[in-house]
Design a protein around this ligand. Structure first.
Ligand SMILES: Cc1ncc(COP(=O)(O)O)c(C=O)c1O
Length: 424
């Protein structure tokens, strides 16, 4: 039997890349029909090497906010590339982009640029410790802040010392946050929080305003810094920092993914309170000052401020959520849809309680077969290139999937995913 181009690429990768792929891009975690490689991306769509087109609900795991290969944003990138990009020093875009972030994000009095979300969260961690020379950082149990030794969720290659000064609290639980601050005592440096609870596998939870306000008050009272990690949710739920709507302004926020619609740049933003500390840490990178991604980010921020993308993605997310609820109801499938509707986590539960792993994976597999790139356990992202027609096509795929589910009693979920679900 002829192998597909995707299978051929996978086989070649196995020879020259450990496991053929790594990190969140490893589709060995997903239903086996999910393509590992893509040949083209435009707007809301992806094409694999075998010519199949997918409506992409993953949006590159977050960076795709306005559509792949966006004409205006990519033109800004390409034009800048022809003039100056990575050089011995930055261009004026460095200053202009910092000014643009300060104008856009209420708590921000300054910006520092880097490349990945992990750079931005690690800089925030260092700034918290530099602020008063304290060590203890409070992190919500299970929260994802990147893949450096201090935070990678699978701590292979990590030593206990890398995690020596972290205290883990329960998201949305004020008493547990207070207990963690008490445990930190005189060594309290700061609190990290994601905008909402958006870990894989678990139901997403909106932030309780009482929790967000308590985090702010505790940082003020105990002279630490509050960090909102907006890498994933930034500009997806607000045109400002994601906690702005709650009336809570952090001292620091970390951003990446959507800020340049997929071009490589991330940043840490901060208030004047944290400016001296941020200025005291030594952080840098060979590519951090390159101008083309900054030009792309400037254009992205302009579109964020000047378009109705936020309302449209939220409305399309609602349309998807209501449509899927109807499909699931018609087929008697106990669907679980959590998170902001433009960042949906869509899974299935057993009637007697607990996740239905087989149904969750079989449904995701069916969606991929029906032309929708669909993740069984990570939140997805509605992007502004999608139309109501795309959402309706996703619902048609869902209806077809629900009608042709395999025998779940014999359906095999891969062992790595089973491990990830243990305890969920
Ligand atoms: C909340 C959050 N913080 C940090 C990161 C790390 O970002 P990056 O993968 O760009 O290093 C991510 C990535 O998914 C994230 O979701």
């Amino acid at each position: 039997m002829d192998t597909t181009q995707n299978e051929q690429l996978r086989a070649r990768a196995q020879r020259v890349v450990p496991n053929g792929m790594y990190g969140h891009q490893a589709t060995s975690l997903l239903p086996s029909v999910t393509p590992q490689f893509f040949s083209r991306a435009k707007g809301a769509y992806l094409w694999d090497y075998d010519g199949n087109r997918f409506i992409d609900l993953m949006s590159a795991y977050g960076p795709n906010l306005f559509g792949y290969c966006h004409d205006e944003i990519d033109a800004a990138y390409i034009e800048q590339l022809k003039i100056i990009d990575g050089a011995t020093g930055p261009s004026a875009q460095f200053v202009e982009l910092a000014e643009s972030f300060v104008e856009t994000v209420t708590h921000a009095d300054w910006a520092m640029f880097c490349k990945n979300g992990t750079d931005a969260t690690t800089m925030a961690l260092m700034t918290c410790r530099a602020f008063r020379g304290k060590r203890k950082i409070l992190i919500a149990d299970g929260a994802y802040h990147g893949a450096a030794p201090w935070c990678t969720p699978i701590p292979v290659g990590v030593v206990d010392e890398d995690r020596a000064h972290f205290i883990y609290y329960q998201y949305n639980n004020v008493a547990s946050l207070e207990a963690a601050v008490a445990e930190a005592g005189d060594d309290f440096a700061g609190i990290f929080a994601t905008p909402h609870k958006h870990e894989v596998v678990y139901d997403q939870e909106a932030p309780d305003p009482a929790y967000a306000k308590a985090a702010r008050a505790l940082c003020d009272k105990h002279d630490g810094l509050l960090v909102v990690d907006d890498v994933r949710a930034g500009f997806r739920v607000d045109r400002d920092c994601s906690w702005h709507g709650l009336g809570v302004e952090p001292d620091l926020s970390s951003w990446g993914k959507a800020i340049a619609n997929g071009h490589p740049i991330s940043c840490m933003l901060g208030s004047n309170r944290a400016k001296e500390a941020a200025g005291s840490i030594f952080v840098t990178g060979s590519y951090w000052f390159a101008a083309a991604a900054m030009a792309a980010s400037l254009k992205t921020l302009e579109i964020i401020r000047g378009s109705d993308y936020l309302e449209r993605t939220a409305a399309m997310g609602d349309r998807l959520r209501h449509g899927l609820a109807k499909v699931a109801h018609e087929a008697s499938l106990p669907i679980s849809q959590t998170g902001p509707s433009q960042m949906p986590l869509i899974m299935f539960n057993k009637n007697e309680g607990g996740r239905d792993l087989a149904l969750t994976f079989a449904f995701a597999e069916g969606m991929v077969k029906n032309g929708v790139h669909f993740h069984p356990f990570h939140n997805m992202f509605v992007n502004a290139a999608m139309t109501d027609g795309d959402i309706d096509d996703i619902l048609t795929a869902a209806r077809a999937t629900a009608k042709s589910l395999p025998n779940l009693a014999t359906y095999e979920v891969n062992p790595i995913a089973q491990m990830a679900f243990a305890g969920a």
